[in-house]
Design a protein around this ligand. Structure first.
Ligand SMILES: [Zn+2]
Ligand SMILES: [Zn+2]
Length: 370
C-alpha cells in the first residue's frame, strides 16, 4: 500500500475505483487547473497495456506529446512514476500552448485603447477582434499610402510589438517599456521620409516606362526590368539608401542589340550625375529613350516564348532572344536549353549548348543556368 499512498501524494484527486487497484479516476492538476482522467490497468498491472481516458481538453493539450507518453508508459516501473512524468509533460504542453493565447490582463487593453486614442483612430486601418493585431496607416510627404502591422504579445507594453512593414530595408524599432504605439508610429513616419528618395525614383520609373518585372511591384521591391525595345530590356537593382547612384544593370536580349548598350553604359559611366535622378541618368548613359507606357502596350514588349507559347513559366519570362535580327524570337531559358539538348545537331561545351533556333535555324547558344 506504499504505492497507493505515494500516488495519493502525487495526485490527490486521483482515486482508486476498485479493490484490486486496476481502475483510477479523478483529476490531474497542472498550472493550477484540473483535468479529468481515468486510468484502467490490466490485471497484471503492466503499465504498457494500460488504457488512459481523458477529457477532450486534456487530450487536445497532450496531442503533440502522445508518442512521448506512450514511451513513458513502457518505461515507467509503476503508476506513480508515470503520473510524475505525465504531470511534467502536461506542464510543458500547457506552457507552450498558452504562449499563443495567454489571457491578457485588463491593463493590456486599457493601455492599448489609451495609446490608440492618443494616436487617433483615424490612423487605424484594422484591428482584430482580440486586439492583438493592429494595422496603422500613414501618408508620406509625397502622398503615398503605407501600412504598418503591429502584433502585440501579452507582455505589451513591457515588450515591443512585432512590426511588419513593406520596406526595402530592415525596420528595427527602438523600444522602452514606457513607450507607446505613438513612438512606433513616429519611428515609422521617420523611416518613410528616409526612404522617400528611393520611392520617388522607383515611382518615376513605374510611371514613365514599361516595367516588365515585377508585375505589381511592392514598396519593398528594389529591382525593375524595364523594356527598351522589342525583346530588349534592362534589369536594374537599386540601392534603397542611394537610389540616385548608378544601379546594377543587366541587359536581356539579343547580343547584337545589347552589346552596344553595354558599351555605352561603360563609356558614359563617368557622366552619371546623382543630382538629376535615376531615370534621366539611365537615358543619358544609354543614349536612348525608354518606350513610354502612355503610348505603347505591354504586349509590344512582352512576347510569348516561341517554344511553350506562354509568357510566364515557373516565375520566369522569355529572356533569351534569337541573335538573328530578322528573327529575334524570344524563349524561356529552360525551354531553349531543353529544345537544343533534344536536337542531334546541337553540341555541348561544358554547360553551354550550341544549336539551331527553332524559328530561323540560325545557330545560337544556351547556358544551362545563367
Ligand atoms: Zn517557354
Ligand atoms: Zn531565330
Amino acid at each position: 500500500m506504499a504505492g497507493s499512498r505515494a500516488l495519493l501524494r502525487q495526485c490527490p484527486l486521483l482515486l482508486p475505483q476498485n479493490r484490486e487497484g486496476t481502475a483510477y479516476e479523478g483529476f490531474v492538476t497542472a498550472q493550477g487547473r484540473d483535468f479529468h482522467i481515468r486510468i484502467l490497468l490490466p490485471i497484471d498491472f503492466q503499465l504498457k497495456n494500460a488504457r488512459i481516458e481523458c477529457s477532450w481538453h486534456l487530450k487536445k493539450t497532450l496531442h503533440a506529446y502522445r508518442r512521448i507518453l506512450k514511451q513513458r508508459l513502457h518505461s515507467c516501473p509503476d503508476l506513480v512514476s508515470f503520473m510524475v512524468e505525465l504531470k511534467t509533460v502536461l506542464e510543458i504542453a500547457l506552457r507552450n500552448t498558452q504562449e499563443l493565447h495567454i489571457p491578457r490582463p485588463p491593463e493590456y487593453y486599457s493601455c492599448l485603447v489609451r495609446d490608440l486614442e492618443i494616436l487617433g483612430w483615424n490612423k487605424v486601418a484594422y484591428v482584430d477582434t482580440g486586439l492583438t493585431t493592429i494595422k496603422l496607416k500613414a501618408e508620406d510627404s509625397c502622398g503615398r499610402q503605407h501600412l504598418i502591422t503591429l502584433k502585440l504579445n501579452a507582455k505589451y507594453p513591457t515588450e515591443p510589438p512585432e512590426c511588419l512593414v513593406d520596406f526595402p530595408v530592415q525596420f528595427a524599432v527602438s523600444w522602452m517599456p514606457q513607450n507607446s504605439i505613438m513612438d512606433i508610429y513616429n519611428q515609422f513616419r521617420a523611416a518613410l521620409e528616409s526612404l522617400k528618395e528611393f520611392w520617388d525614383a522607383m515611382d518615376e520609373i513605374d510611371r514613365k516606362t514599361w516595367v516588365l518585372e515585377p508585375e505589381n511591384p511592392t514598396r519593398s521591391a528594389t529591382t525593375r526590368r524595364i523594356a527598351i525595345g522589342n525583346n530588349v530590356s534592362v534589369n536594374i537593382e537599386v540601392d534603397p539608401w542611394h537610389p540616385n547612384m548608378l544601379p546594377e544593370c543587366y541587359f536581356l536580349g539579343a547580343d547584337h542589340v545589347i552589346n552596344p548598350l553595354r558599351i555605352k553604359l561603360n563609356n558614359n559611366m563617368h557622366s552619371w550625375d546623382p543630382e538629376i535622378g535615376l531615370l534621366q541618368n539611365l537615358k543619358d548613359l544609354l543614349e536612348i529613350d525608354f518606350p513610354s507606357c502612355a503610348v505603347l502596350e505591354k504586349s509590344d514588349f512582352a512576347k510569348d516564348c516561341g517554344i511553350c507559347y506562354a509568357y510566364r513559366l515557373d516565375g520566369t519570362t522569355p529572356d533569351q532572344v534569337c541573335d538573328d535580327p530578322r528573327c529575334g524570337q524570344p524563349f524561356h531559358q529552360a525551354c531553349l536549353y531543353e529544345w537544343l539538348q533534344s536536337l542531334p545537331s546541337s553540341r555541348q561545351s561544358f554547360n553551354v549548348i550550341f544549336g539551331e533556333c527553332p524559328y530561323c535555324n540560325k545557330v545560337r547558344k544556351s547556358n544551362e543556368n545563367e
